[in-house]
Ligand binder design. Structure first.
Ligand SMILES: Cc1ncc(COP(=O)(O)O)c(C=O)c1O
Length: 419
């Protein structure tokens, strides 16, 4: 049996606070930390763009209203990934002009978005043509695939020839022809090449995106997407956003020297803003083993239904067993679903492998905290598999108060739409 020596990273929650969460809200329960959310937003807001800057929150990472309003109050704008997210952003108080729609799915509400002033980011030639027909003579953003991608796994890579996201860079002339046909002004050129991106590849894609900008005269804003890597595990590196920002600043200045345009910069992180500010408080419900040559498993009441990323692409999350004076053991953590893929500790990047962790040997009833769960956990959960209800969400305020953001789903709500 091979094992990781990592014992995770104690997240922002103390054992006392986690106990309180269980008493008040039950487990599993998501908890978000206001101070960490604000700190991440302030760091990103300091991005050193020389000719204007907009920070968009990629709300797909976590669309909870409590988080949206916090970022709205700090002056962030939104990148929405569906018509539905546009509505959630509006409901959270963002103005239409603060919202950009970047969607794989051709919008079914284009005319409405245009009338309200939502920024539409055309992600394919078909989308651009549909936009031109809905709003001839108006301005638009265009998402390009600059020819390069990078993600923490292949499944989070959204650039290069293996990716269906954005318009392939060699098709720029077709983009211009469609825009001309509908008298569209392409004001923003956008690229987003993946999640958990290698910063050096990100910088390369920035250069390639600026090369595309140089070929469209009306572009005034370059949106460089998100993808800033966050190390959830102690051994995983995090991007230095100030260092990346300095590189972008130099490229924007150099672009001005050779082209004359002073470009506004936008970035749209999701992970960077929320990943480390979330945790799931869970309970160990059972402990089983498969003999001397097998594994020791701790079953939690949280799993793929709350934190799907490990079973989806072998993502690593810190896991802390809140127990003292226990001997350590190598433990595989699993969720409660009747699904052998419901694993919380797969091999890094390999959802089919088991990677036990050294932790205090869990017992039923122990509190267990899964860290790094602010991004793509509540929003990506496989809710209602095995009919488990969607878990509640709570904000840990700066004075230590626990403020409920969402209740646990009820059985009636699970059944509500059945006819
Ligand atoms: C268009 C777009 N922008 C921004 C993001 C945010 O990426 P990340 O959470 O890695 O910052 C995504 C995520 O996939 C995306 O698809």
């Amino acid at each position: 049996m091979s094992s990781s020596q990592s014992r995770g990273r104690t997240p922002f929650l103390s054992a006392e606070q986690a106990t309180l969460v269980r008493e008040r809200f039950g487990t599993p329960c998501y908890v978000y930390d206001r101070a960490l959310l604000e700190a991440a937003a302030r760091q990103a807001l300091a991005f050193p763009a020389p000719y204007g800057f907009t920070l968009r929150y990629a709300m797909k990472a976590n669309p909870s209203r409590g988080i949206l309003t916090l970022f709205r109050d700090l002056g962030l704008h939104i990148d929405a990934s569906s018509d539905w997210e546009v509505e959630r952003a509006l409901a959270a108080g963002f103005t239409p002009g603060q919202i950009q729609l970047t969607s794989q799915m051709p919008s079914r509400r284009l005319a409405e978005h245009v009338a309200r002033g939502v920024v539409v980011n055309a992600c394919s030639l078909l989308q651009l043509d549909a936009f031109g027909r809905a709003a001839p003579g108006s301005t638009v953003a265009v998402r390009m695939n600059p020819g390069l991608g990078s993600g923490s796994t292949k499944r989070t890579n959204t650039g290069g020839p293996s990716s269906s996201f954005g318009i392939w860079h060699e098709r720029l002339d077709e983009v211009k022809a469609i825009a001309d046909r509908h008298r569209l002004t392409i004001r923003t050129l956008h690229s987003h090449i993946g999640s958990g991106t290698d910063p050096e590849v990100w910088k390369g894609a920035t250069r390639m995106t600026l090369d595309l900008v140089s070929r469209i005269a009306d572009v005034a804003t370059v949106n460089l997407g998100g993808g800033f890597k966050v190390g959830r595990m102690p051994e995983e590196p995090s991007v230095d956003i100030a260092e990346v920002g300095a590189h972008v600043r130099d490229q924007i200045e150099a672009f001005r020297q050779r082209d004359g345009r002073a470009l506004r910069v936008e970035i749209e992180p999701g992970t960077y803003l929320v990943a480390q500010a979330g945790a799931v408080v869970a309970t160990c419900v059972d402990v089983v083993d498969t003999g001397r040559d097998g594994y020791l498993f701790a079953k939690l009441d949280a799993g793929m239904t709350e934190v799907t990323r490990p079973s989806l692409y072998g993502a690593q999350h810190p896991i802390d067993v809140l127990a003292t004076e226990r001997e350590a053991a190598e433990v595989v953590f699993v969720g409660p679903c009747c699904e052998s893929g419901d694993i919380l500790t797969p091999g890094p990047g390999d959802p089919e492998a088991l990677a036990p962790r050294w932790v205090p040997r869990p017992q039923p009833g122990d509190l267990v905290v899964i860290g790094g769960a602010g991004a793509y956990c509540a929003s990506m959960s496989t809710i209602n598999y095995n009919s488990y209800p969607q878990s509640p969400e709570v904000m840990l305020e700066t004075d230590g108060a626990l403020r409920p953001l969402r209740r646990r789903q009820s059985l009636d709500q699970i059944l509500a739409n059945e006819v």
